[in-house]
Design a protein around this ligand. Structure first.
Ligand code: SF4
Ligand code: SF4
Length: 253
């Protein structure tokens, strides 16, 4: 409606259309910041007026509330991220909030440098958080699916302490070479092909590829218990490739 009504809004904004505000993933926001955007605005339909049973605008709201806490955690001003809800007929609301948001972001200044974070540090912080997105989503899945009844509840959904803890307690997964029996169950179930192994080969986890989903930990049969969950300490280096062959007792004779 803003265009049809010839309403003006700041030209600094770049519009990206999605079918539903619920489609906007945490990764999209971090990518926008990584690509040099100083602010991200998400416009969704009014809460409880979703055309679909999914009510994706609640998902978008929860994700924004979480992302704002994450931004605080890495030293970015959370005011650089905003979500507002409006109907498609409220072009004047869209122009007002976009103009207001544009002014706020302009006042905040360039991303990172205004917060005292240099370019390389910002890049590595955003990369680090992006890598942890699957872990974050799994850890916070219940709250990310919640439906807040009023704005007063927004502040309490995710707390700074909770997000700080989320990052300090990041888990890693490691396969104990003494216990792995090369059954290949974890390798088949890993969603990102982060497990290296094969028949009669002790399996190892490629920590660069691992998204910390915990599937291998759940999948490794209890009689082997070869996958370890590690928190607060470094992951042991992988066993060298030439030492990965498992020699079964029956074949030793
Ligand atoms: S934690 Fe998930 S991603 Fe990482 S190795 Fe295990 S199954 Fe693969
Ligand atoms: S599921 Fe367990 S025993 Fe089987 S290959 Fe993976 S780590 Fe080894």
């Amino acid at each position: 409606m803003a265009g049809v009504s010839r309403l003006q809004y700041t030209t600094e904004i770049r519009l990206i259309r999605v079918m539903c505000s619920g489609r906007v993933d945490l990764a999209f926001i971090l990518r926008a910041f990584s690509n040099g955007m100083d602010g991200v605005f998400i416009g969704g339909c009014r809460l409880n007026e979703c055309n679909y049973i999914t009510h994706g605008n609640y998902d978008a709201l929860n994700m924004v509330l979480l992302c704002r806490r994450i931004m605080e955690h890495i030293g970015l001003n959370p005011e650089r991220l905003r979500i507002e809800f409006m109907s498609s007929g409220e072009g004047h609301v869209l122009t007002e909030v976009i103009n207001d948001f544009g002014k706020n972001v302009r006042d905040l200044g360039p991303l990172g440098t205004s917060e005292g974070i240099d370019e390389n540090e910002l890049k590595s912080k955003l990369e680090e958080v992006t890598k942890l997105i699957p872990y974050i989503k799994i850890a916070e899945r219940e709250k990310l699916a919640s439906r807040l009844e009023n704005e007063e509840e927004y502040d309490g959904l995710f707390t700074s302490d909770e997000v700080d803890r989320l990052f300090s307690e990041v888990v890693s997964y490691y396969i104990d070479p003494e216990k792995c029996q090369a059954c290949m169950i974890c390798l088949r179930k890993c969603p990102v092909e982060a497990i290296v192994g094969g028949k009669n080969q002790i399996h190892v986890i490629d920590q660069e590829k691992c998204i910390k989903c915990g599937t291998c930990f759940e999948a490794c049969p209890p009689r082997f218990e070869a996958v370890k969950e590690i928190s607060g300490e470094p992951v042991p280096p992988p066993i060298p490739e030439k030492e990965r062959k498992i020699v079964r007792k029956s074949k030793e004779k």
